[in-house]
Design a protein around this ligand. Sequence first.
Ligand code: ZN
Length: 278
Amino acid sequence: MSSTLSTLTLDRCAVHTRTNKPWSLARCCEAYCSRGIGGISVWQDAAQAAGMGEARAIIESNGLRVPAYVRGGFFTAHDAADRTTALDDNRRLIDEAGVLNAEMLVLVVGATPKLSLAEARAQVAAGIEELLPHAESTGVKLAIEPLHPMYADDKSCINRTTDARAICERLASPMLGVALDVYHTWWDPAHEAEIEKLGANNQLFGFHVCDWKQNTGHLLTDRGLMGDGCIDVPGIRAMVESTGFDGMIEVEVFSESYWASDQNSYLDLIVDRLGTHT
Ligand code: ZN
């Protein structure tokens, strides 16, 4: 696999609204647009706070692309009734993604304590299969995001790219692929081979960047910005782009310390790190 790294221009980058959690959707759009950032990935609470129609208008008036609406999934449950409710929620999220012109709905697939991982994985595949016709009819793609194994208790029973890709292979829909987040996948010995296979099958839909801090202080909300930690983000980007990936590079950083900082300075730092450490 080639490791050529192209120049990263900001019009190919998106920032996830959760990265600048203290800001409203409107403030995010205005700030990203002013820096020349080309896209915005939207967390559902940011859009719902604005109202879906207004959210779409705000995004359109700033000329931003929306690679992803986040997040659907959570298919697993002990009771069938709860799984049905989850599917209804996902259909609504697909509709909301459609309103925003989002290219994909990201799926954090779920895991349920005291439900075996094997059963949870079967429920996830069944849930996605049931959801696919709705995705196909609305034109919103579904992207399974494998999560780091530390979340296998209650957030995701799909922890390796291999397992996400296996569901894609089985369901064989052009609307189903994988969102690859360096935070969750960088440790995987099969990383490069999996990226290559996803690319060859047109199943690599999303690419999320951030960093893994040594001595991380919180499993959810102490992510680093590219360059803060130990992930070779440029190396992984080179792998991703060697597959022909032409989607947006999405900056997704959940960090209490960055949220507590001045968001304008932080966004300037994000732009800097996109240039120097991505
Ligand atoms: Zn992600």
